[in-house]
Design a protein around this ligand. Structure first.
Ligand code: FAD
Length: 409
């Protein structure tokens, strides 16, 4: 008779990193419960919501390789939905365009709808018999010694407690799990808001000869309007629209106040984009869409004994200018998966195991994760910060041509 029990991992956060972590652990034999504070992204109301604010991002080889290792079929499906971008298209103030290819051999980064990516990973997670997903459930407190956490059911208002053997904090930049871990781990933590904020806009599809939707800009490129101290960018979507983002100092955005001032400023700096997006759509987005801050966080270490690990933005949130935040989060899962294999960590324990004891193999694997991952994560956070100057300014200067490389925006 089998006298072993399956251990439980609780993943906090059902974003892309949490989903991939859940799939990885479930494939290793763990019983996995995912708690997500928001409603299910796949519900009709959520789909309608994300249609109103289509946010896309660039996935590079780093992120795709991570999905490929954990779930090759999911990786194949993503590749069918991405739009490859082979370079940057620079729009100068006179509306002259110049293409800067990322790679002489044609390697690309890929534009993907963030909600679509998240939904596919949720579907993949739902199809695993080892994974249970709980939406509208917010984690409030964690007792790492007792290995329990307090959950608030946002629908019913009830609070209950769940037990875990491993807690995976994939709950984003403002992570509750990180804050709870800081009470028991001597964790270094650094947080920085940069001076800039961002606002999103949408460039609609144009109409072709037969009325069919067509791209208004070349979809093979990531479009950048670099204006030295601020910039506008556009990434293509499957429906032939572009998601556009304005990055500018908060102090500048403060001065643009009303609709008329904003439109006049926008037309002055981004004339071609002004015409393609249209005055009404620009003004509505300016009035309705939030101005969001940009934050950079660094932590060290990322684990606590054999029972907690931080992944994705919960561990390291970087400014988006290198296009690597999510790519790195997905890579976190791949690196952890490899270390668990190498350390031969078991997903089961003897039926009479003492929950207070420490699984030394798992503790060693998590320690190795913190040790081996930290320098790379700090480096990429710093590269992301440096690439903002490159995107809004240096791409307009000839010296740039000697420094460019792939795997960045
Ligand atoms: P999140 O996506 O933030 O998910 C965390 C989840 O945890 C959320 O669903 C949240 O509801 C849930 N949660 C939070 N607290 C709790 C709690 N207490 N209990 C339960 N659930 C909780 N990255 C790229 O790789 N390429 C790009 O091109 C790119 N562009 C970007 C552009 C912008 C403007 C921004 C802001 C970011 C960009 N990024 C990009 C970064 C990328 O969006 C993030 O790195 C990625 O979303 C992080 O994924 P995650 O799963 O770690 O966290």
């Amino acid at each position: 008779m089998d006298d072993r029990v399956v251990k439980t991992a609780v993943v906090v956060g059902g974003g892309p990193v949490g989903c991939l972590a859940a799939i990885s652990l479930a494939r290793r034999g763990w019983k996995v419960d995912v708690y997500e504070a928001r409603p299910d992204l796949r519900d009709a109301a959520s789909i309608q919501n994300t249609k109103l604010r289509s946010i896309n991002l660039a996935i590079s080889h780093r992120g795709l390789a991570a999905i490929q290792v954990i779930d090759p079929l999911a990786a194949q499906r993503f590749l069918e939905t991405v739009i490859p971008m082979k370079g940057r298209m620079i729009h100068d103030p006179n509306c002259t365009l110049s293409s800067q290819l990322y790679d002489k051999d044609g390697q690309c980064i890929n534009s993907i709808d963030r909600a679509l990516l998240n939904r596919s990973l949720l579907d993949q997670a739902s199809s695993s018999p080892n994974i249970r997903l709980f939406f509208n459930h917010k984690i409030q407190l964690v007792d790492f010694d007792k290995k329990t956490m307090t959950v608030l059911n946002l629908d019913s208002g009830t609070v209950f407690s769940v037990e875990f053997d491993l807690c995976v904090g994939a709950d984003g930049s403002y992570s509750v799990i990180r804050r709870q871990m800081m009470k028991v781990v001597r964790m270094d933590f650094q947080q920085e808001y940069i001076r800039d904020e961002y606002v999103e806009f949408k460039m609609p599809p144009g109409r072709g000869d037969r009325g069919q939707p067509v791209f208004l800009l070349d979809p093979d490129h990531l479009h950048i309007w670099p204006r030295h101290s601020f910039m506008f960018i556009a990434l293509p979507n499957q429906d032939k629209s572009f998601t556009c983002t304005l990055f500018a100092p908060a102090s500048l955005l403060d001065t643009l106040g009303d609709r008329a001032t904003f439109l006049s400023w926008f037309r002055q700096h981004f004339r071609d984009a002004f015409e393609l997006i249209g005055e009404n759509s620009l003004a509505t987005a300016w009035e309705l869409n939030p101005r969001s801050p940009l934050i950079c966080t660094k932590s060290n270490p990322y684990h606590y004994l054999d029972r907690a690990i931080l992944l994705g933005d919960a561990a390291h949130s970087m400014v988006p200018f290198y296009g690597q935040g999510l790519n790195c989060g997905l890579e976190d899962v791949r690196v952890l998966d490899t270390l668990l294999t190498e350390s031969e960590v078991q997903a089961t324990a003897p039926a009479n195991f003492d929950r207070g004891s420490i699984d030394t193999r798992l503790a060693a694997a998590l320690a190795e994760y913190s040790e081996s991952r930290h320098d790379d994560l700090v480096a990429i956070c710093e590269l992301a910060m440096a690439n903002y100057l490159e995107m809004r300014h240096s791409v307009t200067t000839p010296v740039y041509l000697f420094r460019k490389g792939l795997d960045r925006l």
